[in-house]
Design a protein around this ligand. Structure first.
Ligand SMILES: [Zn+2]
Length: 143
């Protein structure tokens, strides 16, 4: 029997630029040209000022850990061999209030805590898709 495949994002009109940036190992966020605020997930309109005008902007890839879960019992068969693994919501330094989802990596042995600094790393999971993931920074070698 075939091993189940992990579901992958399907870029669409709104998210294409985001995924293209990930492929280049660049984290891009939409930035409203009227009010200057970043937003995520991608959408055609700013939910703050209703402007339809925006630009894709490369951001630093640094952020704070807003929340996370450790998955012990995946509900999708394709992830069974990966458990336990952590999935995080990260607040980018450029825009408090925006939350970016992604798997946490290199966190074993690190005491995870809210607001700890993290940085993006890119995982080329297939020819067409690169996923952003997050790893703690500045938490090692402190003993
Ligand atoms: Zn706006």
């Amino acid at each position: 029997m075939c091993k189940p495949r992990k579901p992958l994002p399907v870029p669409d009109l709104d998210t294409q630029e985001y995924w293209e940036g990930c492929k280049r190992h660049e984290l891009l966020l939409q930035r409203c040209k009227q009010c200057g605020r970043y937003r995520f997930p991608p959408s055609p309109m700013c939910h703050r000022c209703m402007s339809m005008s925006y630009e894709w902007t490369k951001v630093s890839g640094r952020g704070k850990l807003y929340s996370w879960i450790v998955v012990e019992y995946p509900t999708h068969d394709a992830f069974r061999g990966d458990a336990p693994y952590a999935v995080a919501m990260v607040e980018p330094v450029e825009e408090p209030g925006v939350r970016l989802p992604g798997g946490l990596v290199d966190y074993q042995g690190v005491e995870l805590r809210i607001d700890m600094p993290v940085e993006v790393v890119f995982d080329d999971v297939s020819e067409g898709i690169t996923l952003p993931r997050w790893r703690p920074v500045g938490c090692r070698g402190e003993e």
